[in-house]
Design a protein. Structure first.
Length: 347
């Protein structure tokens, strides 16, 4: 069991992890462990939470404080809810332990995955909006990773079940996933070397007044005023990484515009931050100033096209995902066109 687990990149910030049994069906069904032992002479007079670190050394003190507050800790058969309570030698401490949501996150869950390509080395998924890619605080089950573990046996042998890049929860569209370690290593290298072409379609606020095409080449880092957001930063004074996005205006109207965006780097929330930086936040992207409009209730961003060389065979491959119904309807409602521009216009 692990008291905490963190992903290496925050995609969809959520609430702090809850206690092991709080609103977590899987944890509720998991067997509990009752651990009990007397207080030794070395812990006499110490705080309850400190004394518990001897009984339960594999958990952090902060996590043990959560257990105390939840009523999962007893002293001499009585529940104690104050971490600062003092213990005496020969007091009998007991604590109920259950697997944390984090430790239960990496389990297989059967789900209907929209697979647009699959071979022995890789698969390409058309992810619907609302599906979280990787377990994190607030989303310890029902993620794409859980579905991949059920989809094929080798997923369990791969880091993150073969996931090599991510889409935000409310972004729809195409993702490539490795099925073997060789393919995973090759795909990670290809992404790092910018040899995987990822193209997006976005509906954003306000009429476009600039050049039809431009490159946004400004660094992105954590927003110092709101830690759940990313922001354009000055690398001389703030930490961050370079970020580059090609933006093309496909259509514009009085209150909105339709953009084609191509990533050259893969920073967290990159397109969302760069369009906000241009003064055109994505529709319904509340985190970055976008308001709901034309029926959109989630950020109007879609991973439209994915192109790469096969990680093992080397052949050029490309896939395209139709604009989801909610974005297609909004496009029409905003008088930006009855349907997305044709293939030639988006090359």
């Amino acid at each position: 069991m692990s008291a905490s687990a963190k992903s290496d990149q925050i995609i969809e910030p959520g609430p702090q992890p809850e206690l092991p049994w709080a609103d977590e069906d899987a944890a509720l069904e998991a067997p509990a462990e009752w651990r009990q032992a007397p207080v030794g002479a070395g812990e006499h007079g110490q705080r309850l939470d400190r004394a518990l670190t001897v009984l339960v050394p594999e958990f952090s003190r902060s996590y043990l404080q959560q257990l105390i507050e939840a009523g999962a800790v007893q002293c001499n058969g009585q529940v104690h809810r104050r971490s600062a309570s003092k213990v005496k030698v020969d007091d009998v401490l007991g604590v109920e332990l259950r697997p944390t949501p984090q430790s239960l996150a990496f389990h297989a869950e059967r789900m209907d995955l929209s697979v647009v390509h699959e071979d022995e080395h890789m698969l390409v998924i058309d992810k619907p909006a609302g599906l979280v890619v990787h377990p994190a605080a607030g989303h310890w089950s029902g993620t794409l990773l859980n579905g991949l573990l059920a989809h094929h046996a080798l997923a369990r042998t791969l880091p993150r079940a073969g996931i090599v890049h991510r889409l935000d929860k409310d972004t729809s569209g195409l993702m490539v996933v490795a099925k073997t370690r060789a393919a995973m290593d090759a795909l990670v290298q290809a992404i790092a070397q910018r040899r995987v072409r990822r193209q997006y379609l976005a509906l954003a606020h306000r009429s476009w007044q600039g050049a039809q095409e431009l490159r946004v080449d400004v660094p992105i880092g954590r927003d110092t005023r709101q830690r759940t957001r990313m922001a354009v930063v000055d690398l001389q004074h703030q930490s961050g990484k370079s970020a580059s996005t090609d933006v093309r205006c496909l259509a514009t109207a009085v209150q909105s515009s339709f953009f084609h965006c191509q990533l050259h780097t893969g920073r967290t929330h990159q397109i969302r931050v760069h369009l906000m930086h241009l003064g055109h936040p994505i529709l319904a992207d509340e985190l970055y100033g976008g308001q709901a409009l034309a029926g959109m209730r989630r950020q109007a961003l879609h991973a439209w096209r994915l192109s790469l060389d096969h990680p093992i065979g080397g052949q050029a491959m490309s896939w395209q995902s139709p604009l989801p119904p909610d974005m297609a309807q909004a496009l029409h409602s905003l008088q930006l066109g009855p349907q997305p521009p044709g293939e030639a216009a988006l090359q």
